[in-house]
Design a protein around this ligand. Structure first.
Ligand code: BG6
Ligand code: MG
Length: 222
């Protein structure tokens, strides 16, 4: 039986995926690395330092910086990102999410957060959603980022339940891969070609329906 629904944050609960994009794009411009939305898809769900490495490799500059310089670049991106999230209010919760959380709770299902962002708590706090979560994984304690299943497995462990009783929700290809590797049912939000590994795909959060997702989960477990 279904026991928990574990959410990714950026791009699922609120549109901070766009802020990560803008902050990396600004850094890319400073470094002379052109930045497209298509390339940005590969950064979704990926940790800060791994994202920087991918960007430098994309621009053919992976060997141009020392580790210390890379730390400085990542910090510069983060300060830009933190300026952007200062403006977040509860109005920035994506449409359909609040109703979906209410339905999950009415059905006695637990709610977890599995974001690799070190800014996740700040964002959830600004959205006014902290108390909605039964567990929040601290990204600073995770060794392996998505697509490794570690963060989703940790959320299940913190809830004291079996991963097979969980549904994960993600907008990133790496995130859907992490959910599947954790042995969970995956709901993807976004493009069906990119998120093809998901068990159920919606184009937007407005389409999330608890009953429909539960039915698909039950059908898959039988
Ligand atoms: C993920 C985002 O949730 O968090 C990535 O999808 C981001 O884009 C990653 O790089 C790390 O975030 P932060 O806030 O720790 O730099
Ligand atoms: Mg995401």
């Amino acid at each position: 039986p279904l026991k928990a629904i574990i959410f990714d944050l950026d791009g699922v609960i609120t549109d901070t995926a766009e802020y990560h994009f803008l902050a990396w794009k600004a850094l890319g411009e400073e470094l002379g690395i052109p930045f497209t939305r298509e390339f940005n898809e590969e950064l979704k769900g990926i940790s800060r330092m791994e994202s920087l490495e991918k960007i430098l490799a994309f621009g053919g500059k992976q060997n141009k910086f020392t580790n210390q310089e890379k730390e400085t670049l990542a910090a510069r991106k983060n300060s830009h990102y933190r300026r952007l999230i200062e403006e977040i209010t509860p109005n920035d919760i994506l449409p359909g999410i609040r109703e979906f959380i209410t339905a999950i709770k009415q059905n006695g299902i637990k709610i977890g957060l599995a974001s690799v962002s070190k800014n996740a708590f700040t964002v959830i706090n600004r959205l006014g959603l902290v108390s909605e979560f039964d567990t929040i994984v601290d990204a600073a304690t995770i060794q392996n980022g998505k697509p490794d299943p570690e963060i989703f497995l940790r959320a299940a462990e913190q809830l004291g339940i079996n991963p097979g009783t969980c549904i994960g929700i993600e907008d990133a290809e790496a995130g859907v891969a992490a959910i599947k590797a954790a042995g969970m049912f995956a709901v993807g939000i976004g493009d069906e070609n990119r998120l093809a590994q998901a068990d159920l795909i919606y184009h937007s959060t407005t389409e999330l329906r608890f009953d429909e997702i539960l039915n698909a989960f039950v059908a898959k477990s039988n």
